[in-house]
Design a protein around this ligand. Structure first.
Ligand code: GLU
Length: 404
């Protein structure tokens, strides 16, 4: 993923006319924290926080708990966060954290101990005006609440603005849970409008049904009933129904920790989750992990529109092949930016000690996201570039002209 991100940044930078020295300077993270967390029971895990760029404001980005977490991946994800916050015009920078752990192998007590230890180790380096972490893959408001509590006990900071993605009772914002999925819906709808396809009936496949994929599906079902969810997968199985899947029922199943293999309804067929990318649909939504579509499986993709709701789900070779076959990729730094936009709104509310309505949060989300989608679309047309390169160009232009 790091190679893909680096190479796309170089391409975007060259198209902007930037010198290699300036691009390489941007690529270099400001600071990397790499440490080991030992639990009292003896288990030990490798942990990271990469603080990539704070030209525009405090470092911002999630914390991922996953066995595949490694320094290269966290670097790539931190770099993408710097581009993402710039692309949507937030006064924030980019960072990312992670622990190489499978949280399903931990007891609730071990998970809490690990989360608190992570916050404790980083407490001198993070905070409302330094670095504001958030949830990412396999982390959630409960985990963030433990981290905030730990940070508060150590530093005495009671603003709650040290982390975003908190639960509602602990300083979280209405609309944050749905924000990444909602942002994906807004991005797809705005792209369709800009390209003269606003009223199109669409079939959709969603690969990955965690927080992001499930909220994309339920928000889409409410706001765009002309889009039909015909395929969806979690890690256990893929489900298809040409007449449409029930997004709400699937989300409720996942919210109660069920698996798609447990789901049975009339007209629903189970398929291998690996076949999700090969569904004959108009729109493929990639909402799981990085490097899902690569040169080894890209030829199986049939959809002509792909929404990157995960970070870095398509590698560079696959992106090039898709571009050659006129497949439009709505890029991660725009399509999944709804999460960090509402994180920003949560941080603003915390610092001002305010609590906004969900309606206000959602309209603020649109106020940041829609102009960024329009700017990307315009740059792509003007520069004859893909939407991905265009989004990277717009972000990089802002990051490399601002004073350090
Ligand atoms: N983890 C999310 C992302 O990759 C959200 C980050 C944040 O809210 O700071 O964009």
């Amino acid at each position: 993923m790091l190679n893909t991100a680096t190479s796309l940044i170089l391409r975007a930078g060259h198209q902007l006319g930037l010198d290699d020295a300036i691009i390489n300077d941007f690529l270099e993270p400001n600071r990397e924290h790499i440490f080991e967390i030992g639990l009292t029971g003896g288990k030990s895990f490798k942990a990271y926080r990469v603080q990539h760029n704070d030209n525009h404001g405090p470092y911002k980005g999630g914390i991922r708990f996953h066995p595949d977490v490694n320094l290269e991946e966290v670097r790539a994800l931190a770099t993408l966060m710097s581009l993402k916050t710039a692309a949507v015009g937030l006064p924030l920078g980019g960072g990312k954290g992670g622990i190489s752990v499978d949280p399903r192998q931990l007891s609730p007590a071990e998970l809490e101990e690990l989360s608190r230890a992570y916050a404790r180790h980083l407490s001198p380096h993070i905070g409302p005006h330094k670095d504001v972490p958030a949830p990412d893959v396999n982390t959630n408001p409960a985990i963030i609440d433990w981290m905030v509590d730990e940070f508060e006990q150590i530093t005495g900071d009671t603003t709650k603005a040290s982390f975003t993605g908190k639960s509602l009772g602990a300083g979280g914002s209405l609309g944050r849970d749905a924000a990444t999925g909602r942002g994906g819906v807004i991005t797809l709808a705005e792209y369709l409008r800009l390209s003269g396809q606003a009223d199109r009936q669409l079939t959709v496949a969603v690969q990955g049904f965690g927080n992001v994929g499930s909220f994309f599906s339920t928000v889409a079902a409410t706001d765009h009933p002309q889009w039909k969810l015909v395929a969806a997968s979690d890690t256990s199985t893929g489900l298809t129904n040409p007449n449409g899947l029930d997004a709400t029922a699937l989300s409720e199943l996942k919210a109660s920790h069920g698996r798609f293999t447990d789901y049975h309804a009339a007209g629903v067929t189970q398929i291998s989750p690996d076949d999700m990318i090969a569904q004959d649909v108009d729109v493929l939504v990639l909402a799981a992990l990085g490097d899902t579509v690569t040169e080894s499986n890209v030829s199986r993709v049939k959809a002509k529109i792909i929404v990157e709701l995960a970070n870095g789900p398509i590698n560079e070779a696959a992106s090039d092949q898709l571009a050659a076959s006129d497949t439009v990729i709505l890029p991660d730094i725009i399509a999944n930016a709804g999460g960090v936009i509402v994180s920003y709104l949560e941080w603003v509310q915390n610092l001002a000690d305010e609590h906004w309505t969900e309606q206000k949060v959602n309209s603020e989300l649109e106020r940041y996201l829609i102009p960024a989608i329009q700017a990307m679309y315009r740059t792509a047309k003007d520069e004859k570039a893909s939407l991905k390169i265009a989004a990277f160009m717009n972000a990089l232009a802002k990051l490399t002209t601002s004073a350090k």
